[in-house]
Design a protein. Structure first.
Length: 147
């Protein structure tokens, strides 16, 4: 997956008991794979809580449209480690390598389209990294279907 996000993270309010909340708005992107390819729609997001321990707790949701017109939604949660390479990349709209931080999510895909019904009975694990995109900020992720 190549996910375009808005250039600025939105502050989502004062610190709560689990940390500070931010919204990273998804504005587009692409999904490419052997069984699933399409475009990611704008309007999704990552509602991240940054804890005092330097870890982000992720709550990611978006919709995609496959090349043949099916709509599939993604919802997942995970962890994102704010390491020195991450902080440097965020300040410069740069990139990280997969090994520069711990960035994992577990997620589900859902659709009402029978051609992709297999996604409704599967869990997915995603490994991510920062990657500049058309907005200057983005996420590149590898998704694996657990069998």
């Amino acid at each position: 997956m190549q996910i375009d996000v808005a250039a600025d993270m939105r502050d989502a309010g004062p610190d709560g008991p689990f940390g500070h909340r931010f919204l990273l708005e998804i504005v587009g992107g692409e999904v490419t794979g052997e069984r699933l390819s399409g475009t990611i729609a704008s309007g999704g997001g990552d509602w991240m809580t940054l804890g005092r321990d330097g870890w982000g707790r992720l709550d990611v949701r978006f919709a995609m449209t496959t090349e043949d017109g099916a709509t599939i939604t993604y919802s997942g949660s995970g962890l994102f480690e704010f390491t020195e390479p991450v902080v440097a990349a965020l300040g410069a709209s740069g990139a990280t390598e997969y090994e520069d931080q711990y960035y994992r999510t577990t997620g589900r895909l859902e659709t009402g389209d029978a051609r992709y019904g297999w996604v409704n009975q599967a869990l997915f694990v995603t490994e991510g990294r920062l990657s500049p995109r058309t907005t200057g900020r983005g996420i590149e992720a590898r998704m694996l279907r657990l069998t």
